[in-house]
Ligand binder design. Structure first.
Ligand SMILES: [Zn+2]
Length: 605
């Protein structure tokens, strides 16, 4: 049996740490904890240190350097740690009542400098804990320990009076005061176990604070292991996994339909497919899919996945059962919204009634996001929930937030106003282009130009190594998985199309510079599957009689699902501009859009 948890790595480097003081101490620790998925997922948790700093008039103040709201601990910079006047924060320790919005305003007003990032909602807890260093994170093992009925007893046995158990609640000023009171009344306490949420640790030295987190996770792992009542196999296989050689073909049929359905709720959508052994086992198990309906392991899951994923009850044989299930999910979500979202939290409207994680028995888990990074983060949060469910189930049963608790958090105005981890990209954000060609340099330039405008680009070049290098360069320049290499479109058109679908769920535009006869017909089922017109831009290196014949053939293949355009230009930048222009009908532009470029004279049907 595989281990239940991946343990955190001890990455403390004393040589580095001893050179750091004040805010730099917490930045270093934030990098260590924030980059360790066993301690927290991207953007989760927050970190602080208390010290002194001068204000604009040179007066020395006691300050709390606190993670900014929405910052990612792994990559945090000095600007992500605003300095707050600690004495003003501590004035709230015992007196005064503040609404949520008043509390947020108060925290901003405590800023030492005018132009600072906003601190997060757990700031007062950090301030009220007297220790110099305080960390909050979301470890799988701690969440699992607090997610089964016997978890509290197991935690008591392991931690005794070294830990405080805190039942799930939204973080407001009352929580911060109550936690501070309980910590003050329990002198041996070194940890707070936040049920269905995570962990607080603290210490007067940065290293000890970090080590307390590692210790808490190791002890939580041990407590869960002791509490196991049987094998952690979620009841075993309910359906066999789809054979590895058959899965890509089946997914290539299903994913465009999913992407098309999800595009109804957003201008752009990118999918990520988790086919890891853990994901396939979970999706195919007797109890895993059912238990996933019980709610999230951690509140961060609510932001990306929502309260629950869509679960199919058997191995899908094609798109139809998935589309039917998405329809049922929308009905369920509308009911969840009506029943559980408080009237006071509806001001910003419904987030979406479309699923953002889909459990496919036999195949794995598909997640969605406005870009590849957010689709991956959604996958990370659901992977954490799968880990927690597996452990909690084996320890006696999985318990999570009620629908009412989850809806209150999912629609909590403070949560909805949380800054996005990344700013939205350019005007092709969430759009996917399959760019193919036999001239690798031309292909790379077209792909780079489209990625610069926010697109995700699948590159099907002549030489695989060059396509891989170009895709890597695009991802490092513009963002995670913004470029991927696919098989050569000239030699294997069907393979290139399938790779692009498996990478992103589908594509909106095919830029065909290959001269390959089969590429347009290979792409057509993807557009048909997405249920919306796709765009093909034919842009050969030169218009030979053969190419003109190919254009005729592509036009003949044209149907309601396909809009074919052609351009004659040697300039790869002009090709990219044309591709971006012709992507507009795919995004809901009108047929009357007319190309205004000075360089190109496209032929259109
Ligand atoms: Zn948290």
């Amino acid at each position: 049996m595989d281990p239940l948890f991946v343990p955190p790595a001890d990455r403390w480097d004393a040589c580095v740490a001893r050179t750091l003081v004040g805010r730099d101490e917490v930045i270093y620790r934030s990098h260590l904890v924030g980059a360790d998925p066993a301690l927290t997922k991207e953007g989760g948790g927050n970190f602080s240190v208390k010290g002194t700093a001068e204000d604009h008039r040179g007066r020395v103040n006691r300050v709390l350097w606190m993670s900014a709201w929405g910052c990612d601990g792994a990559t945090a910079e000095p600007a992500d740690f605003p300095a707050l006047r600690l004495d003003e924060l501590l004035e709230l320790r015992t007196s005064g009542s503040l609404s949520e919005s008043e509390m947020v305003d108060y925290l901003v007003d405590c800023g030492l400098r005018g132009e600072q990032r906003r601190p997060g909602i757990e700031t007062l807890t950090h301030a009220f804990i007297p220790a110099r260093h305080v960390d909050h994170c979301h470890p799988d093992a701690v969440i699992a320990l607090t997610s089964f009925p016997g978890g509290r007893i197991a935690a008591d046995e392991e931690f005794g009076d070294e830990a405080i158990w805190f039942d799930y609640r939204q973080f407001d000023i009352g929580v911060a005061r109550e936690l501070a009171d309980r910590i003050a009344a329990s002198p041996r306490c070194r940890f707070v176990l936040l049920a269905n949420h995570g962990l607080f640790t603290w210490a007067d030295s940065s290293e000890q604070c970090y080590r307390n987190s590692l210790e808490a996770v190791a002890r939580a792992e041990g407590a869960v292991a002791k509490a196991l009542l049987g094998p952690a196999d979620l009841g075993g296989w309910a359906v066999p996994q789809v054979a590895p050689q058959a899965a890509p073909g089946l997914l290539a049929k299903i994913l465009p339909a999913i992407r098309g359905a999800l595009l109804a709720g957003s201008p752009g959508t990118v999918l990520a497919v988790n086919r890891s052994p853990d994901a396939v086992r979970f999706a195919s198990s007797t109890r895993g899919p059912l238990l996933s309906q019980a709610g999230p392991s951690c509140p961060d899951h609510l932001v990306t996945v929502g309260y629950r994923p869509l679960v199919l009850d058997q191995v899908p044989t094609g798109p139809e059962p998935v589309l039917t299930a998405i329809g049922r999910y929308r009905d369920w979500y509308d009911d969840y919204f009506e029943r559980h979202v408080p009237a006071a939290c509806r001001g910003l409207g419904k987030r979406t009634d479309l699923p953002r994680a889909i459990v496919l028995p036999g195949l794995g888990v598909v997640t969605a996001g406005p870009d590849a990074a957010m689709a991956r983060l959604c996958a990370d949060h659901f992977a954490q929930t799968m880990t927690v469910i597996r452990a909690a189930d084996a320890a006696g049963g999985y318990r999570s937030l009620t629908p009412t608790q989850a809806a209150a958090d999912e629609y909590w105005p403070l949560m909805r106003l949380k800054p996005q981890l990344r700013p939205p990209g350019g005007n092709l954000s969430g759009q996917v282009f399959l760019v193919t060609g036999s001239d690798d340099d031309r292909l790379s330039t077209v792909a780079d130009q489209l990625a610069a405008a926010g697109a995700h680009v699948a590159l099907g070049g002549e030489r695989p190594a060059q396509a891989v290098a170009a895709a890597r360069a695009i991802s490092s320049r513009y963002g995670e998985r913004r470029g991927v290499a696919v098989r050569s479109a000239t030699r294997d058109p069907l393979g290139a199309v399938q790779d692009a679908v498996l990478a992103y769920g589908g594509f909106d535009v095919l830029v065909d510079m290959t001269g390959s006869a089969g590429l347009v017909s290979a792409a057509l089922p993807v557009f048909t599957g997405q249920g919306r017109p796709g765009t093909v831009l034919l842009a050969p290196d030169e218009w030979t009689p053969t190419e003109l014949a190919r254009l005729e053939s592509a036009l003949d293949a044209g149907q309601a699902d396909l809009i074919v355009n052609a351009v004659a230009t040697a300039s790869p930048i002009a090709v990219a501009q044309a591709a971006a222009f012709f992507a507009r009908p795919a995004r809901g532009g009108t047929e009357s859009d007319i190309w205004q470029g000075a360089v190109l004279q496209p032929c259109r049907i």
